[in-house]
Design a protein around this ligand. Sequence first.
Ligand code: G16
Length: 543
Amino acid sequence: MQIHSVPTRPIPGQKPGTSGLRKKTRVFMEHHFLENYVQSIFDGIGGIAGRTLVLGGDGRYFNDRAAQVILRMAAANGATRVIVGQDAILSTPAASHLIRSRGTDGGLILSASHNPGGPEADFGLKYNTPNGGPAPEAVTDRIHAASLAISEYRMLDAQDVDLSRPGRTRLGSMDIEIVDPVADYAALMERLFDFDAIRDLFRSGFRMVFDAMHAVTGPYAREILERRLGAAEGTVLNGRPLPDFGGGHPDPNPIWARGLVERMMADDAPDFGAASDGDGDRNMIVGRGLYVTPSDSLALLAAQAHRAPAYRAGLRGVARSMPTSGAVDRVAEALGMPCYETPTGWKFFGNLLDAGRVTLCGEESAGTGSDHVREKDGLWAVLLWLNILADTRRSVRDLMEEHWSRFGRNYYSRHDYEDIPTDRANALYEGLRAALPSLPGRTVRSLRVSAADEFAYDDPVDGSRSERQGLRIVFEGGARMVVRLSGTGTEGATLRVYLEVLETDPARLRLDPADVLAPLAQAAEEIAQIRRHTGREAPDVIT
Ligand code: G16
């Protein structure tokens, strides 16, 4: 088998965003695009000769083709071994676990997460480091620099590898190990949680629905929930992964998983509802008659994690991304543990987890996880909830209401304005940024601004600094608005406005979040001039 050095030229736009490189699938399929980026990853991490990598993805359109290209390029670049999921499938948390448990030199994950899939939709590729987590900015900067300097890529001339069965094979002088994508991950979950207690819960008549959204978690959820834990057959909905996720957005929130939320609001609703996203790292939690925001879910899990065997000894600390509500901060304060505020992007939790400073972390964007892997983990969050429900035998609503009485309630909502022309989004952001110094002391819609700044993060472990991470405006009484531009979109710019109101009055803990947040939403409009800049009357998505 021959190795070719194929001449190429830098392709603009290969700069990784919040989580790897995400583009339209058609862009990834353009001449040299994937090859250039893969070679840039290999070059950016100092070459892969003699190294072992993990490879897998969420099964979206082009996953299978891209995996074959990456295998040929890995062989041509001198990798010793690639551990690849059967049919090139691995959920993101399962890939993170394999990278860690097998002591590899990192992995390549094919996914655009919750973005839709298909030839006209989105594709993505990211490199995770040997700790199992998304590459930090210093590494993605080197990958980007390599993409700007590339002049050739290396490719082995070979046939496709048959990835349809677990086993071992070779490609040139490289070993390929094809693994069952579910087995190791399911075993890890059994070690973390009290499966006997959860089985008893299901045996007692507890009913659950899990919407896999035709994405990668289907086989994982069937194996763990239905086979190992004894949940009724049919608990897992939309469990068959499809290359286009059945035409939907595999994003577990009340907009894209509306069917599940409606079912949970019905009189005969099951006890517990949950969903996961395209690559299995996000989660949504719904109780009978109650949607739990990701920020509240993180806070509840932090307060109750000791009920699961893995966390019985307590948590070392917690972390949340800056736009995530302060609900978990209140738990940390009450329980006397450190709480860190990081920029958006799971990669920022990696150092804190590696240094043992935090055990649990989470984000408003439906991500929750712990130190068991270095990615957020959708099914893990669902299983921790189940463990808590099994141990307490209380309903989701009961648990949340008790939590709010103890810690207060952070009413929370995110407003997204999608596909805005980039110059308009930048004008809004820069205009607000420039106005920050004039805001403290100003009263807007009876809300008085107490502080306003642009968030920057100094990593307490490696001392690196990340600037320009979103605008924060805090009001007297604990309300807050945050404005930032998404780093995961593939078309135009997405403006995100995050709204939060803290309520501790016992008589005001069960109100409609939209009502509580309405004055703050109006103040946000007035302060950021969203309508004027975007030309939009209302957000495209409210979660
Ligand atoms: C990714 C990151 C998350 C981040 C989310 C939203 O999630 O891993 O840390 O919170 O994007 O980012 P943005 O607001 O910049 O769009 P995922 O699930 O897409 O990998």
